[in-house]
Design a binder for this molecule. Structure first.
Ligand code: KG4
Ligand code: ZN
Length: 348
């Protein structure tokens, strides 16, 4: 089955063609980062309008790269939430219309399900059950994945998401927007031990996260100290280490709690090399396998949506012609994909 995947939940237009037999056939991405940079954050209306401009050309580009025609598409998967409602509506309306025009099924995909299944696009895919650490600009969660579609949220952030904390700290240090990758790069040159940083919510039991205290601590260090290049790099390194150590402590707790042996890391912050290295070491020490998507599929992309949608379409699920997008959409309320051959009912 060849599935066209469409991702427009925030500031990236992502398109892909996933073939259930041959794997990923093509993918294309347009990032709006430079468009929003001058505003210091994503402007929703500008995001929606740019998705309108880029989506159809990217679909045509993918078809051409894969050597396929529109009529070769067997199903369409589009991100229907959570995200910016206007941006989501562009992908949802386009995806649903293409499916209707071709008389093929369409499926609404949950953006975070896309992220957590993204490592399955790699050559050594993780097998269920596993624990997923989802760390993006909008979410930070630990999820127990018992089967595809069967998600139990073990812990979530009570305030900022990990990526948001990276971005806000980067902005404070004058690194521009979105600053996560820039902060990570600067941290490589810094001394992470020079300043003491708190490890939020690690002393008490539980799997929830909170990053706002860490952000305030960082602000106080920067605003009340001598502002030079060395201090900037040392604060970046200390902040990154505090986030990474906190995430690793919570992952270890979640692995012990669920007795899982497989950890999956996904979402934009999953591209952070220090996080990847530290989790890899922890995996070796404690006997877990750790899987990640390739770096370009950590951040938003169409491939993860095509893959997630394909699993649901193959299981007989589909979304009807009346389309809807959801700014909020709880991950633990999705229908489970039965793997024993029985066909779960469609969504409508
Ligand atoms: O998953 P994603 O593309 O979008 C959302 O669904 O939110 O994640 C984007 C987030 C941004 O906050 C960005 O700063 C962060 O991921 N990010 C990083 C790195 N690369 C991207 N944060 C830390 N280190 C990185 N290397
Ligand atoms: Zn995302």
């Amino acid at each position: 089955m060849i599935v066209l995947g469409i991702e427009t939940s925030c500031d990236e237009t992502g398109v892909a063609l996933y073939d259930s037999e041959a794997g990923l056939r093509a993918h294309a991405l347009f990032s709006q980062v430079e468009i929003h940079a001058e505003y210091g954050g994503v402007v929703p209306e500008i995001a929606s309008r740019d998705h309108v401009r880029k989506l159809l050309p990217l679909i045509n580009q993918c078809l051409e790269a894969a050597g396929l025609n529109r009529s070769d598409i067997d199903g369409v998967a589009y991100t229907a939430g959570p995200g910016l409602i206007g941006a989501l509506l562009v992908g949802t309306a386009t995806g649903r219309s293409i499916a209707m025009g071709l008389n093929r099924p369409a499926i609404a995909v949950h953006h975070m399900e896309g992220h957590l299944l993204a490592p399955m696009l790699e050559s050594d895919p993780p097998a269920v059950p596993f624990v997923a650490l989802l760390v993006s600009g909008g979410h930070t969660m630990l999820v127990e994945v018992r089967a595809i579609g069967e998600y139990r949220i073990l812990g979530e952030t009570l305030d900022d998401a990990a990526g948001e904390a990276f971005d806000k700290t980067a902005k404070l240090l004058g690194l521009g927007y979105p600053g996560g990758p820039a902060l990570a790069k600067l941290a490589e040159q810094g001394d992470a031990e020079r300043f003491a940083f708190p490890l939020p919510m690690t002393k008490r039991p539980g799997l929830d996260f909170s990053f706002s205290g860490l952000k305030t601590h960082t602000r106080n260090l920067w605003l009340n100290g001598e502002q030079n290049d060395t201090t900037q790099a040392d604060i970046a390194a200390g902040f990154q280490k505090a986030v990474v150590d906190t995430l690793v402590i919570k992952c270890r707790r979640a692995m012990q709690y669920t007795r899982a042996q497989q950890l999956v890391v996904a979402g934009g912050v999953g591209a952070n090399l220090s996080l990847r290295q530290t989790l890899q070491q922890a995996g070796k020490k404690y006997g877990w396998k750790v899987s990640y998507p390739r770096l370009e599929f950590c951040t938003d992309n169409g491939a993860m949506i095509a893959f997630a949608g394909c699993q649901r379409l193959l299981a007989g699920q589909s979304s009807g012609p009346a389309f809807q997008a959801f700014a909020r959409w709880p991950l633990d309320q999705l229908p489970v994909i039965e793997t024993d051959g029985s066909q779960p009912p469609g969504r409508e």
